[in-house]
Design a protein around this ligand. Structure first.
Ligand SMILES: [Zn+2]
Ligand SMILES: [Zn+2]
Length: 139
């Protein structure tokens, strides 16, 4: 936790931005969490920072590649990029909104081979799998 914190501090500094309490608070609210909607993020920060500032910080983080949007239908959630969290994908339940992180070596290997087959230099990918979680599928 501490280490991640340190690296975002130097990352901000190297990008020419000040390390502010507010920026660190927003960052820390995303560490080790499943992706959060802006609504959830704002709730988590619990009015320690005003809404407009949170949006501004997320915009900045997105521009700097600290966070990314995970598109879920027409909505989106925010999560840390691979720079600050382990690379993974999600299974998203369209009924209850549960997000299940998946981390499959075989999937990563397959994507690598696929890109190679098309002589393509893959730099990043997002995979979106939507459906029903086991609880919702039962009902
Ligand atoms: Zn569900
Ligand atoms: Zn992947």
């Amino acid at each position: 936790m501490e280490e991640r914190n340190l690296s975002v501090q130097s990352y901000l500094k190297d990008s020419g931005y000040n390390i502010t309490k507010q920026r660190l608070l927003v960052f820390n609210s995303l560490v080790g969490e499943e992706p959060l909607s802006m609504h959830q993020l704002i709730a988590r920060i619990d009015s320690k920072i005003d809404r407009a500032s949170i949006y501004r910080i997320i915009d900045l983080f997105e521009k700097l590649g600290i966070v990314q949007r995970l598109n879920i239908g027409w909505k989106y959630k925010i999560e840390l990029t691979d720079k600050f969290a382990e690379h993974h994908h999600h299974l998203t339940c369209q009924n209850c909104g549960k997000v299940i992180p998946i981390n499959e070596e075989s999937l990563e290997g397959f994507i690598g081979r696929l890109a190679k087959q098309y002589s393509f230099t893959a730099q990043k990918h997002q995979i979106e799998i939507q459906g029903l979680c086991s609880d919702c599928a039962k009902n």
